[in-house]
Ligand binder design. Structure first.
Ligand code: SDX
Length: 429
């Protein structure tokens, strides 16, 4: 027997079905609300609104847990690899040995980009933010790979998905090289996914690149932690863009655009800049005061989350990874890390943060880690985008396989002018 909810409007009652998922909050299916009642709902920021059904990722915000296809993310971060997670998110199950070999080889065969794409980079000022470059060149993939843009062709969907997993790291490394005036470094397919990204980013033609295994393992964990996260702003952007049927490369490029915002994927860069600005544990109380002051727009970057009302499980893994990288560098007492740890300790004991359930999120420690590994802060969001590409394409595929899929077209509450007559300029005073 389907559970139902009853809404009463002007004395008239309307029943709507309640849908139950595997776990998490039930949803009230209001798709027939307008047809039945002539009313819309409104929910700025979608704080109480599900946009779709999904089986990819589940976040338990109260417990501070996150699952990729049912597997605990923190366990995957310790035991799996980013490329295996990309397979898991796309296919819904972990690969067998044969499936893994086929997939890993296929990705390696797509790591290079069309040689002419280099010309794209030359059009940008050297100092351009790598995200400004990436949002453009990822969309341009549709110009270079027109043989895999038919969204209704299952085989082309898979080819374009594999091309993005394979080529986005290459493009991200090229954006970095271009910004520092160094030559592009081709992929080296004898390396694994994260090692290859490190060598394309930090390698130079003049020397053989030596992989730092602590760094490449840390980067792979960071990629796993950032791979997917339910219907966050950038994933919802990809879904809405893709709902019009536009090609996969253009759809995924919209995710880059949304992720770049400082409230979303740009928070890692903003969090490190904030920690550097604080600079000393003695100045922490002043910044905590600013964060609590309603008249001050300052927020603690890397703190708070729409879904997590407990400690972000990714932040726990990030903090541990950060210690590992700093230890490898002989920087156990890194000043910025000390500020971050003390800031977290003070904030978590403060009534304001306790009452509003504000905890460190993934961005609080990722910036310190990436900075210690040699990445400039402008590369933090591109790295987030490299990782989230796996989630974006998995949601893109799921949306197309959803029988309820239709073009996204929200309605509105109109609060503008009533209809009025046009007065020609000559008749106006
Ligand atoms: C990511 O959606 C995802 O899953 C995103 C992400 C992913 O993997 O895709 O997890 C990645 O984007 C992580 C979040 C990174 N952003 C930041 O760290 C920026 C700082 N955080 C805040 O801007 C904020 O916490 C958000 C944007 C993350 C969440 O905002 P919400 O859910 O809209 O919550 P809110 O802004 O309404 O905050 C609730 C209250 C407010 O106070 P009141 O108006 O109720 O009095 O808490 C306050 C806020 O002012 N608040 C903060 C705060 N975050 C929220 N106050 C100080 N510092 C903060 N960081």
């Amino acid at each position: 027997m389907t559970k139902k909810s009853t809404i009463e409007i002007n004395g008239k009652k309307f029943d709507f079905p309640i849908l139950e998922g595997t776990t998490g909050p039930d949803v009230i299916d209001i798709s027939k609300l307008y047809a039945s009642t002539g009313n819309f709902t409104i929910d700025p920021g979608f704080t109480s609104t599900a946009s779709c059904q999904s089986s990819i990722t589940y976040i338990d915000g109260d417990k501070g847990e996150c699952y990729y296809r049912g597997y605990p993310m923190d366990e995957l971060a310790e035991k799996s690899s980013y490329l295996e997670i990309a397979y898991l998110l796309w296919n819904g199950s972990l690969p067998t040995k044969a499936e893994w070999t086929e997939y890993a080889d296929a990705i390696k065969n797509h790591t290079m980009v069309h040689e002419q794409m280099k010309n794209f980079f030359n059009g940008f000022r050297r100092g351009s933010h790598p995200m400004a470059i990436l949002t453009s060149v990822v969309a341009a993939l549709s110009a270079f790979y027109p043989d895999s843009i038919d969204v209704n062709d299952l085989e082309q969907r898979q080819i374009s998905a594999r091309r993005m997993i394979a080529k986005v790291p290459t493009l991200a490394a090229m954006a970095y090289k271009y910004s520092i005036g160094q030559p592009f470094i081709y992929p080296d397919n004898s390396l694994d996914y994260s090692e290859n990204f490190m060598q394309m980013t930090f390698g130079v033609p003049a020397e053989k690149y030596k992989v730092n295994k602590v760094f490449s393992k840390a980067l792979d964990k960071i990629f796993i932690l950032h791979a997917d996260h339910e219907q966050n702003a950038s994933t919802s952007t990809v879904r809405l863009a893709a709902s019009s049927g536009v090609n996969p490369f253009a759809s995924i490029s919209t995710g880059f655009t949304s992720l770049w915002g400082p409230l979303h994927g740009g928070a890692n860069e903003a969090a490190l800049n904030m920690l550097k600005e604080i600079g000393d544990v003695k100045k922490i109380p002043e910044y905590i005061k600013k964060a609590k002051d309603k008249s001050d727009p300052f927020k603690l970057m890397g703190f708070g989350h729409r879904v997590y009302k407990n400690y972000d499980p990714r932040a726990k893994v990030m903090q541990k990874t950060c210690h590992e990288v700093l230890e490898d560098l002989g920087r156990k007492d890194d000043k910025i890390m000390q500020v971050a740890l003390e800031l977290e300790k003070i904030a978590l004991q403060d009534e304001y943060f306790i009452e509003k359930k504000l905890y460190p999120n993934i961005d609080f420690y990722s910036g310190i880690t990436l900075n210690a590994m040699g990445f400039p802060s402008t590369m933090f969001t591109p790295l987030f985008a490299v990782a989230r590409t796996a989630g974006w394409i998995a949601h893109w595929k799921e949306m197309y396989l959803d029988p309820q899929n239709k073009i996204g077209r929200p309605r509105q509450l109109y609060i503008g002018e009533k209809p009025r007559k046009f007065i020609e300029l000559k008749n106006r005073n």
